[in-house]
Design a protein around this ligand. Structure first.
Ligand code: SAM
Ligand code: DTB
Ligand code: SF4
Length: 324
């Protein structure tokens, strides 16, 4: 059963289960909703890097922090399509285009829509992450054929103000709601390892799991160290078991959502990734590069999946995870 009325008490109790009980519950639900040996693959491209007016304390692309990332203009459609062809050849099913904006300018919409149509025509699922969207922009992207929109809540409501001051979590949730209402599937998750407490991690998942509809996909990012950003002073190494508990809790609270093990895999052992898949993670980014940081080499991921007897999930439109 898909529930959107989870309480913090329930989530804390699940999170605190003995490890074997927690993993068993997560794996049983995973099997009820998905092929447990299938992994979805997405590829990322930064179509507009750096110079972002937002001050997210974890991000290399904010103009507020001195990180050495060079600001670029929005890429040409042709260059984006060439990258999408390469991603498809390397085994990606979905192509996710990210821009370091607070929100897109209306003058950029024609080009963004051309990118969506072009990537879609290559037979790839399309995803964009462009910051906040107006209802009109949602409608244009939907008409161009955009399948997914990524917009993360990043942390708990209580910790959010420590992470960004140029926007509120309510602004993020408003965009998520606009996207959902506009009929584009929602990809919404967050980051762990930014100095937040265990309670914040649980609260982040409860926030996602009590939205009117669960996000269709939920990225769990481990903070990728960026030198020169405010989070660097607060970041903590994440205990592998703490990560596993969060993955399992996400799987239990949102059993039909695709769970993506996103940033941070370069620092994870094969064994930890395998345990994350057991706990319910069923999607990864493939390709050497995320946005401004690295990702495991393609051969390493293929090797890992082969050793685990896992395969790339056939891309197929899935029904929305909860009804209106
Ligand atoms: N500007 C858009 C936005 O904020 O939605 C799109 C790009 S933004 C880089 C997408 C997401 O990447 C963020 O919401 C955050 O969850 C994740 N992210 C950014 N920097 C990260 C880092 N250093 N480590 C882990 N995840 C990170
Ligand atoms: C998400 O949750 N993770 C991806 C994607 N959505 C856009 C981004 C990860 C970025 C990691 C830091 C970087 O490469 O700059
Ligand atoms: Fe800008 Fe997105 Fe980075 Fe925040 S996370 S600074 S909005 S690119």
């Amino acid at each position: 059963m898909i529930r959107t009325d989870w309480t913090m008490e329930e989530a804390r109790a699940i999170h605190a289960l003995p490890f074997a009980d927690l993993m068993n519950r997560a794996q049983s639900l995973h099997r009820a909703h998905f092929d447990p040996n299938a992994i979805e693959t997405a590829s990322l491209l930064s179509i507009k890097t750096g110079g972002c007016p937002e001050d997210c304390g974890y991000c290399s692309q904010s103009a507020h922090h001195d990180t050495g990332v060079k600001a670029t203009k929005l890429m040409e459609t042709g260059e984006v399509l060439a990258a999408a062809r390469r991603a498809k050849a390397a085994g990606a099913q979905r192509f996710c285009m990210g821009a370091a904006w607070r929100s897109p300018k209306d003058r950029d919409m024609d080009r963004l829509c051309a990118m969506v149509r072009g990537v879609s025509d290559l037979g790839l699922e399309t995803c964009m992450t462009l910051g906040m969207l107006s209802p009109g922009q949602v409608a244009r992207l939907k008409a161009a054929g955009l399948d997914f929109y990524n917009h993360n809540i990043d942390t708990s409501p209580a910790y959010y103000a420590q992470i960004a001051s140029t926007r509120r979590m309510e602004d993020r949730l408003d965009t998520v709601e606009q996207v959902r209402k506009g009929g584009i599937r929602v990809c919404c998750g967050g980051i762990i390892g930014m100095g937040e407490a265990e309670e914040d991690r649980i609260a982040m998942l409860v926030t996602l799991a009590t939205l009117p509809a669960h996000p269709d996909s939920v990225p769990v990012n481990l903070w990728n160290e960026i030198k020169g950003v405010p989070v660097q002073a607060r970041a903590q190494a994440v205990d592998p078991f703490a990560l596993l508990r969060i993955v399992a809790l996400a799987r239990i609270l949102m059993p039909a959502s695709v769970l993506r093990l996103s940033a941070g895999r370069t620092g994870m052992s094969d064994e930890l990734q395998a345990l994350c898949f057991l706990a319910g993670a069923n999607s990864i980014f493939v390709g050497d590069q995320l946005l401004t940081t690295g990702n495991p080499a393609a051969w390493k991921d293929h090797d890992l999946l082969a050793r685990l007897g896992m395969h790339i999930a056939p891309a197929q439109p899935r029904p929305r995870v909860t009804a209106e």
